[in-house]
Each structure stands twice: as structure tokens, then as C-alpha cells.
Write a protein that binds this ligand. Sequence first.
Ligand SMILES: NC(=O)C1=CN([C@@H]2O[C@H](COP(=O)(O)OP(=O)(O)OC[C@H]3O[C@@H](n4cnc5c(N)ncnc54)[C@H](O)[C@@H]3O)[C@@H](O)[C@H]2O)C=CC1
Ligand SMILES: O=C(O)[C@@H]1CCC=N1
Length: 264
Amino acid sequence: MKLGFIGCGNMASAMISGILKNGICAPQEITVSAKTQATLDKAKAEYGVSTATANAEVVKVADVVVLAVKPQFYAEVIAEIKDAVKPAQMIITIAPGKTLAWLAEQFGQKLPIVRTMPNTPAMVGEGITAACPNETVTDENLKCALKILESCGKAEVIPERLMDAVVAVSGSSPAYVFLFIEAMADAAVADGMPRRQAYTFAAQAVLGSAKMVLETGKHPGELKDMVCSPAGTTIEAVRVLEEKGFRASVMDAMKACSDKAKSV
Ligand SMILES: NC(=O)C1=CN([C@@H]2O[C@H](COP(=O)(O)OP(=O)(O)OC[C@H]3O[C@@H](n4cnc5c(N)ncnc54)[C@H](O)[C@@H]3O)[C@@H](O)[C@H]2O)C=CC1
Ligand SMILES: O=C(O)[C@@H]1CCC=N1
């Protein structure tokens, strides 16, 4: 399968890394375009992919084209490539806010389009991607799209109305988790732990806790209670987090994120 990425920044790189690690296709079967030659040179050096100076070149050689530019550039890029897109070619989008109806209008022709929302843990094969196919996508198309997306982690088909929620809960949330890990490491450093070691302990604690949620099927509240020994240390931290509105701040931040996703 020949894959094309229009744009080769953080998200495209994370996906390419996951795709290559899982052998979904060979490096030379991936063609990328970008704004600058420096980006193309970096992608070629890092992944061994083919590069194209024009976006239409990517469309000409790929069976599946991933639109990996920022949402504000979608209209101009689609305008540039739409005449080169063949009816059987599948388009995968990864931008927030660009609905299937908007995409159909921009392309001006019936095309199999899968709207998705991935995240950067795709880089280490631990991403999660929401996928929403339009009515032109066949079962075969969807199988192919999910094979690509599942090479970077988990993928689930969802109704389009949930896409903005997905941006907040998984598309953007690695950034909140990185903030959390950084804050925990800073606190450990304040207590005397070497910084590098503090990142390892903080990150592994988050990884292990996440695996417990995914693998035990227990409610996060129950898992939290399993850590909080009566009159112990953990409940003191939990009390302070509640006092400072930890959960409310997470929910408010995610509301701001999903609201923004509606307007990009
Ligand atoms: N970074 C993330 O965690 C996630 C990003 N996304 C979405 O992925 C898309 C890309 O985001 P990032 O990779 O973070 O951005 P980025 O800024 O890292 O990469 C954008 C890429 O597009 C290229 N580009 C810009 N204009 C172009 C044009 N006219 N033709 C060809 N290439 C062009 C740039 O050279 C760059 O390689 C965005 O729509 C973003 O919302 C989705 C989920 C997660
Ligand atoms: O911040 C952004 O707009 C992109 C979409 C989801 C994660 N990053």
C-alpha cells in the first residue's frame, strides 16, 4: 500500500514512526510533502521515506493520503490537490473541527474520507485514534484505514458528533499528562531526587496507573481508594488536590479544548 502524508510535522512523524515500526508498509512506500525542504530532508534522513516538493505529487503516487497540516491550512491544501485526487483514493484527515460535510464541500466530489483524531503516543505505538468514515467509505476502505491507525495503537470508529470530545480526551490530553508528569518530577526534585530519575518515577507511575485502568476494568475511583491507606500519606495529597479543584480544573480545561475544536 502506498501512503502519502501532506505535512510532516509532529503528528505525521508520530504516525509514520508507528506505521514503520509495525511494518504496515516499507519506508519507500511512504511519500511526504511539507512546507520546507529542511522538513523533507529530516523526514528522509529519519525514516527513509520518499519526499515530494508539491502536494499534488503525493496525491499522484499514494493509495491513501493523510492530510497532516494544521486545520487553518486545510482549505488551501485541498484546493491545491482536489483535481489530482482519483475517485478511488482514500483521504484520511487528522485535524480537529473539519467536519465530513465541510470536507465534502471542499473536495467537490464523492470521495472515501475517514475523519480521524489521533494523538502523539502513536510515536511509541500507544496512540488512540477515533475514526469516522463518510458514506463513500467501503468496508474494505475502513479495514485499510483501521490497519494504518491500529499500527500506532488503538483505534475506534465513533459517531462524528463525539469528535470534539475526542480532541479533548485523547487528541490534546497527552499535553495535560506531560504537564502532570513535569509537576510531579519537580516536586520530587524539590524533595531531593535527581531530575532524570524523577521523570522516570513520575512517568512510570502514570504508565502503570493507566495500565491498571485499562487492564483491571476497575473504576478509577476504586483504584484510587486502593492507594489511599487510612490515616496514610496518599489521602493527604488527594485532600489537597481536591481543595485546589484538581478535577474541576481538568474538566474546565477540557471544555475549553473541545469548545475550541468546534471553531478551528
Ligand atoms: N500534534 C498533535 O498532538 C496532534 C495534531 N493533530 C493535528 O495534526 C495536524 C498537524 O499537526 P502537527 O503535526 O502538530 O503540526 P506541525 O506544525 O508539527 O506540522 C505541520 C506540517 O505541515 C506542513 N505544512 C504546512 N503548510 C503546508 C502546505 N501548504 N503544504 C504541505 N505541508 C504544509 C509543515 O511543514 C509541517 O510539516 C493538525 O491538523 C493538528 O491539529 C491531531 C492530533 C494530535
Ligand atoms: O493542539 C492542537 O490543535 C492539536 C489537535 C489535537 C492535539 N493537537
